[in-house]
Design a protein around this ligand. Sequence first.
Ligand SMILES: NC(=O)c1ccc[n+]([C@@H]2O[C@H](COP(=O)([O-])OP(=O)(O)OC[C@H]3O[C@@H](n4cnc5c(N)ncnc54)[C@H](O)[C@@H]3O)[C@@H](O)[C@H]2O)c1
Length: 328
Amino acid sequence: MKVLITGGMGFIGSNLVMRLLEHEPNLKLVNLDKLTYAGNPQNLAPIADDPRYEFVQGDIADRDLVSSLFEMHEFQYVLNLAAESMVDRSIEDSEVFVRSNVTGTQVLLDQVRRFPGTRMVQVSTDEVYGSLGPSGEFNEDSPLAPNNPYSATKTAADLLCRAYHNTYGVEVCVTRCSNNYGPRQFPEKLIPKFIAWALQDRRLPVFGDGLHVRDWLFVDDHCDAITAVMTKGEPGRVYNIGGGTEMPNLTLVRLLLERLGKPESLIEFVPDRPGHDRRYAVNHERIATELGWNPQVRFEDGIRRTIDWYLDNQAWLDAIADGSYQQQ
Ligand SMILES: NC(=O)c1ccc[n+]([C@@H]2O[C@H](COP(=O)([O-])OP(=O)(O)OC[C@H]3O[C@@H](n4cnc5c(N)ncnc54)[C@H](O)[C@@H]3O)[C@@H](O)[C@H]2O)c1
């Protein structure tokens, strides 16, 4: 099995690389990653010398590089996880989001089109659907209504996938997953950031009233869903992936503080993020009935494993805090 994964040095990508190498003995895996601030070579240090694995530093929007990789390897599968992924950064400046998330996806689609038989999975997000009221769930036919520049670029990429399938017959599936948590998430995102900051007794800034609701999925479950779509998904189809664990942010922050033995007085309410989606909830019935995927990790177990991982890997957090992770 010859697989190109993009963004493999990031949070979900590194977990997926580890999982694929663990479960697929006959694998040739090429990881194309630009090593932005979110790409951390330490994430894959344990498998860097595995003969089935090769790392290429580069940009998915670099047409010549991507084209030469496709010619060299004749990939069976392309898993596109490379993206700028932080909403707050996209609100500051969305230019690189358009290049990596939209142009990058288009460059990959052009190559998949050149090599019939190659199949691609575009790893997208439930954020493309926008915000929900207090009830209801997103299904794959819900209207696309992104509210911030990050989700707008992910939506544009999803629509390119749809168009390349309908126009050229490109074999591409799109997955739209809810919020992930687990080891190796860059500590600008809520869970690792608040663990790291609480350990230093720093104040934890919670947006608005803290009652924004997210649906949490342990990262290994997301990885298994991507693998199921890669091997069994129907080209042209969208698959929602969700954890079924809806929780207001404030409840999650209180739970983290309680597990870390820290006081709730560390919570500090800050002005809400512009365009902040109030609630996400994902209906994953399609992937469950058609591909047999369901989340396996209960939130209680997943969050315990996650907190333990950050507590056991303080050096990983320190290397990010002092910037040394990028020098390796
Ligand atoms: N984290 C979540 O909760 C979540 C939920 C649903 C979907 N997703 C999607 O999953 C994917 C991975 O998310 P993540 O949280 O692991 O992100 P991340 O920010 O942790 O990692 C992104 C990786 O992509 C690389 N990258 C960025 N731009 C690149 C480019 N132009 N060329 C090559 N590499 C590039 C970075 O160096 C990094 O290693 C993203 O597409 C994201 O939209 C994430």
